[in-house]
Ligand binder design. Sequence first.
Ligand code: NDP
Ligand code: 2IT
Length: 445
Amino acid sequence: MNLEKILSDLENRNPGQDEFLQAVKEVLETIEDVVKENPKYEAANIIERIIEPDRIIKFKVQWVDDKGKVQVNRAFRVQFNNAIGPYKGGCRFHPSVTEGGLKFLGFEQIFKNSLTTLPMGGAKGGSDFDPKGKSQAEIMRFCHAFMAELYKYIGPDTDIPAGDIGVGGREIGYMYGMYKKLVGEHTGVFTGKGRNWGGSLIRPEATGFGAVFFAEEMLKTRGEGIAGKTACVSGFGNVSWGAITKLNQLGAKVVTISGPDGYVYDPDGISGEKIEYLLELRASNQDIVKPYTYEFPNAQFFEGKRPWEVKCDMAFPCAIQNELNAEDAQNLVDNGVLAVSEGANMPCTPEAMNIFLKNKILYGPGKAANAGGVATSGLEQTQNAMKLNWQKEEVEEKLHDIMKNIHEACVKYGKEEDGFVNYVKGSNVAGFIKVADAMIDQGVI
Ligand code: NDP
Ligand code: 2IT
């Protein structure tokens, strides 16, 4: 395949969609050898087909704020690829949401979902609506208006949305409620539903738990474990909370959390009542990081900085794309980091990623390390289809096994001659082969 030409054509066809181009470039560079060795992929023109979404639904959301003013937002659903199962992926509500950003996330989701071993295609959706500072009633009206349009394009066997940045249990409840009313069915069209009405008992914490399980598997390859290690985590959203909870359970000490305005360093560790306090702040829809230092004065807030300057054994970027750059990566390496496990999607820039690989750091890219969230969504769908509820322990055991299997697949396809495992290559190749083969089996459709 002519990688240079494919990438320059992609750039011309998708001007200004830098994150999408970044995600595609990373995947194509690592699967180049597999495509060369298997002429069937070129014969079926798989590469050009896999980088073009099946369709993008783009719509207007109108809603009335608490002052009676009519607000307008843009919303999208990118249905990228359904070769191995119905479209599946989260919805993001954040002012930075654009069509290109959701294309990057939808593209990543294809390979991530493939890695889970469950039958799920790739999709992503969302809106430039900013939930910050909005009242509960405003969030409800927005979610209802969003679903009043999207419901036409989704269904339990067609496309199953879930949460992402700015979309948690509350938003899913409102969206699901409107879907149910319009369609007249109580089917499992969303995952991340309330625990008392069809949701998996550990879906909220699953992504963070999975990222820690993945780190544990990586560390095992070097005879190391989680207990006694220090971790830097970024963000304090759904994924960070899950990661921090599991890290504490396994005996690690978490010393940072962050927000868009800076990070908190707590040398005593973030655990127990501190986590509860953070959850209370979060539920109030306000900035949470700085107020933490008022309550726990041993902690310090570093305005405008990122947590990666703090010495740690493990780093868990769990906030947003491109939140860890080359300088941050070099800081982590210089400070002796052993493992980096991405809870967020594409949080490391390509330059940061190359620094980790060059220094042979255990580096778990998001599409492998954070796949536990969507995997547990898959388990939630299974429970809904069977009309059964599984216990917490049972779901966590299944999630743990899935993360181990994903790690094994990465080792299978990513182990280099000197024994170093390139998890970027491993995850991309493993994810790609399954989807590409399914596309060939199904013909040109
Ligand atoms: P949440 O909305 O729950 O949390 C996002 C967190 O990131 C918040 O603490 C937010 O702070 C913080 N944040 C936002 N922008 C920045 C920034 N520029 N710098 C530092 N912190 C920032 O989202 P999730 O936890 O669900 O998602 C986090 C990441 O994980 C995303 O990349 C998402 O795509 C990925 N992911 C999520 C999954 C899920 O199941 N939810 C599954 C797999 C991946 P504040 O609230 O103060 O703005
Ligand atoms: O990025 C992701 O994997 C998610 N936001 C979760 C998707 C899902 O369908 O559970």
